[in-house]
Design a protein around this ligand. Structure first.
Ligand code: ZN
Length: 308
């Protein structure tokens, strides 16, 4: 019940505050209908029920009478129900988290996004989390390294391998850019996505993506980095900048990073081995997600539950 403990610890709920003698209004500030307990906020409040149902779960009426532990057991058992679509039940931890975040933004930030938007953002997060965490295991990669490079290969021990991609279409449209950093075990340490504008061609978009990824990795204090790119012209230019005067300014910025890192290597990657950053960069354009976004691995509060 890691998630339950994490949430219980985080929720500043009227019932809990009052049990410590803080004397706050005991009723739910959203529906005003009942005492504001954790159980109420997550499973019984009208705002929660709306999000559960919007996400595709009709909670049975017994949740109103059941305890918090019973309600958690009920939804966690749903996650193991093989008769339901996997794509649906795997969202359950995110739905709980969304209900909690939504309550906070209504109460403290005084804003409420439409339910459709919230749910869309949530399923994007879920999709991305599973995309990032379905990386091949190091055991299968070892044979990949020996036989072919069609699959993603992990870096040597002590290095972080950062796969990047810029989804450039034309000078007028935004380009989605993404990077994902993994260690020798294939674990994701960070990933990020952003949108850039006014890139006149694919080359400029990729170079700006390289600079953005390197700046982030420098700020994160990563010492040894491999940048893996599937647009091979960029590699040629980085290796022989004087032959590419048109991109001189950008190339100079890239080359200057060699002094920032203990080790900085640029590697060619096959398109087939670069699928994850390509997919993330696509999401930027497909869903109009133009705000920048940087995350540590997947949401850490979920690891325990997912592993189980
Ligand atoms: Zn309520």
């Amino acid at each position: 019940m890691f998630l339950w403990r994490a949430l219980s610890g985080a929720l500043a709920i009227a019932e809990r505050l009052n049990s410590r003698g803080m004397g706050v209004e005991p009723n739910c500030k959203i529906c005003h209908g009942s005492t504001e307990s954790i159980n109420h906020v997550l499973f019984q409040c009208s705002a929660a029920l709306q999000l559960w149902s919007g996400a595709g779960f009709t909670l049975p009426s017994f949740v109103m009478a059941h305890s918090l532990e019973e309600n958690f057991s009920y939804v966690f058992n749903l996650m193991e129900d093989s008769n339901r679509p996997q794509s649906l039940i795997r969202t359950i931890p995110w739905v709980l988290w969304l209900i909690w975040k939504n309550r906070n933004s209504i109460l403290y930030a005084d804003t409420q996004e439409s339910m459709e938007r919230l749910l869309r953002a949530m399923s994007d997060e879920v999709e991305q989390w599973f995309l990032l965490n379905n990386t091949p295991s190091p055991a299968t990669d070892l044979s990949g390294r020996l036989e072919d490079r069609d699959k993603w290969c992990p870096p040597a021990s002590g290095f972080i391998k950062c796969n990047i991609h810029a989804n450039w279409r034309n000078v007028h449209l935004h380009s989605g850019v993404a990077w994902i950093a993994r260690d020798q075990a294939g674990n994701v340490s960070h990933h990020a996505r952003d949108a850039i504008i006014h890139a006149p061609n694919h080359m400029v978009a990729e170079l700006r993506c390289v600079i953005w990824a390197l700046s982030s990795l420098r700020d994160l204090g990563v010492p040894r980095v491999i940048i893996a790119i599937d647009y091979h012209k960029v590699l040629e230019a980085i290796n022989a900048p004087r032959q590419w005067p048109r991109f001189g300014d950008l190339l100079e910025q890239v080359v200057n990073f060699k002094e920032v890192f203990e080790s900085l290597v640029f590697e060619g990657e096959k398109v087939s081995a670069n699928g994850i950053p390509r997919d993330i960069a696509k999401i930027v354009l497909r869903d109009g997600r133009f705000h920048s976004y940087l995350a540590f691995g997947g949401p850490s509060w979920l690891h325990d539950r997912i592993a189980r």
